[in-house]
Design a protein around this ligand. Structure first.
Ligand code: ADP
Ligand code: MN
Ligand code: MN
Ligand code: MN
Ligand code: MN
Length: 373
């Protein structure tokens, strides 16, 4: 679709149509041996958008330590003043690049100011400090990323230009041209994530027409957050190829329409072992005592974004009240039915918003449940 679209656009602009069409197959160009395009990716000053730029390496890196520290203009990403703008990129994880393929790489980075201290949007730094103290309990995280596909006018992709689609009900996990929109994008993203080496564990159509979900994990420790950021980058890039925009806004359409969340599933070794439900209940007890601290960490605006989503309706809890329950999708924290039956497994925190920074979520989760801070 996108290729046809851009070719049509080129044709309209050019009188030498056939020449243009023949020249669009740049992917088959033979590149010099051992050259690697490494695309560095980082979170900008908004705490929710990603940026990237690419450099050539003379060897094929497989480990972040093999990649040099780089820098960028932080004054153009809301991360520094123009008079002192060089901001550092520190590679933390390397994945295969599904766009350039071959030996080319996507590189997740965290960011540091001119004086080598973490930038304000570098939540990974603090998260790593918490995780370093709990290595022996082997924390696992699995994150469910919901999002909406939007057109360039910021309306859900495929919605009628005037008015609204039918009320919610038929769209969740649906099939059919009148019930789902954008499946080609979703499947391209799924494949691209697998190619990259991410632990993507599934996907489904969501309750709002044009809204989708995929899951990352379970991964040990910070890997879940690194992978989630990389999967978001890949999603934005895939959608870009289709001329469609990804919205991670927790309430993409106001009114009687579902919002988007990023449920975070969490377990320790003890929770996964027989009788682990006791440990899960202990963690929930601790979570119940720090509700507002968690709400502040669960979206990039200290709870303001989630105010629009956590209304107590549309499969959410109320933002001001902590609640927990087995199989309860209206609770802050849910124990999945299967976990209650097995007496072991994990808990699901349903509060994080779709645009949350997973580093902040993991950080506060570990500090409350494991470090008892
Ligand atoms: P639902 O929509 O019913 O809440 P999903 O299947 O969408 O559930 O997501 C379940 C999530 O739980 C996945 O991201 C998965 O990786 C994660 N998960 C499964 N087992 C564990 C575990 N032991 N610890 C942490 N996360 C887990
Ligand atoms: Mn320049
Ligand atoms: Mn889910
Ligand atoms: Mn969902
Ligand atoms: Mn869920």
């Amino acid at each position: 679709f996108s290729k046809q679209f851009s070719l049509r656009w080129i044709r309209e602009l050019s009188s030498e149509n056939t020449v243009f069409e023949k020249q669009t197959d740049y992917n088959s160009l033979q590149l010099p041996k051992n050259k690697c395009m490494a695309t560095y990716i980082w979170i900008d000053g908004t705490g929710e958008n990603v940026r990237s730029k690419t450099r050539t390496m003379d060897s094929i890196p497989t480990n972040p330590k093999e990649l040099p520290i780089w820098s960028y203009d932080g004054s153009s990403t809301y991360q520094s003043l123009g008079s002192n703008s060089d901001t550092y990129l520190l590679p933390v994880a390397v994945y295969n690049d599904p766009f350039t393929k071959g030996d080319h790489k996507l590189v997740m980075c965290d960011t540091y100011k001119y004086d080598k201290t973490p930038t304000d949007s570098n939540k990974r730094f603090c998260c790593m400090k918490a995780l370093a103290q709990v290595k022996d309990v082997v924390p696992w995280f699995g994150i469910e990323q919901e999002y909406a596909l939007m057109d360039l006018d910021n309306r859900p992709f495929g919605w009628p230009k005037q008015g609204f689609p039918a009320p919610q009900g038929p769209f969740y996990c649906a099939v059919g041209a009148n019930k789902v929109i954008g499946r080609a994008i979703v499947e391209a993203h799924y494949r691209a994530c697998l190619y990259a080496g991410l632990t993507i564990s599934g996907t489904n159509a969501e309750v709002l027409l044009s809204q989708w979900e995929y899951q990352i994990g379970p991964c040990e420790g910070v890997g879940a957050a690194d992978e989630l950021w990389m999967s978001r980058y890949i999603l934005h890039r895939v959608a870009e190829d289709f001329g469609v925009v990804v919205s991670l806004d927790p309430k993409p359409v106001e009114g009687n329409w579902n919002g988007s969340g990023a449920h975070v599933n969490f377990s320790t070794k003890a929770m996964r072992e027989d009788g682990g439900i006791k440990e899960i209940e202990k963690a929930i007890e601790k979570l119940s005592k720090h509700h507002m601290r968690h709400i502040e960490a669960y979206d990039p605006k200290g709870g303001k974004d989630n105010e629009r989503r956590l209304t107590g309706r549309h499969e959410t809890s109320d933002i001001y009240t902590f609640s927990a329950g087995v199989a309860n999708r209206g609770a802050s924290v849910r124990i999945p039915r299967g976990v209650a039956e097995d007496g072991k497994g994990y808990l699901e925190d349903r509060r994080p918003s779709s645009n949350c920074d997973p580093y902040s979520v993991l950080d506060v989760m570990v500090r409350t449940c494991l470090l008892c801070e």
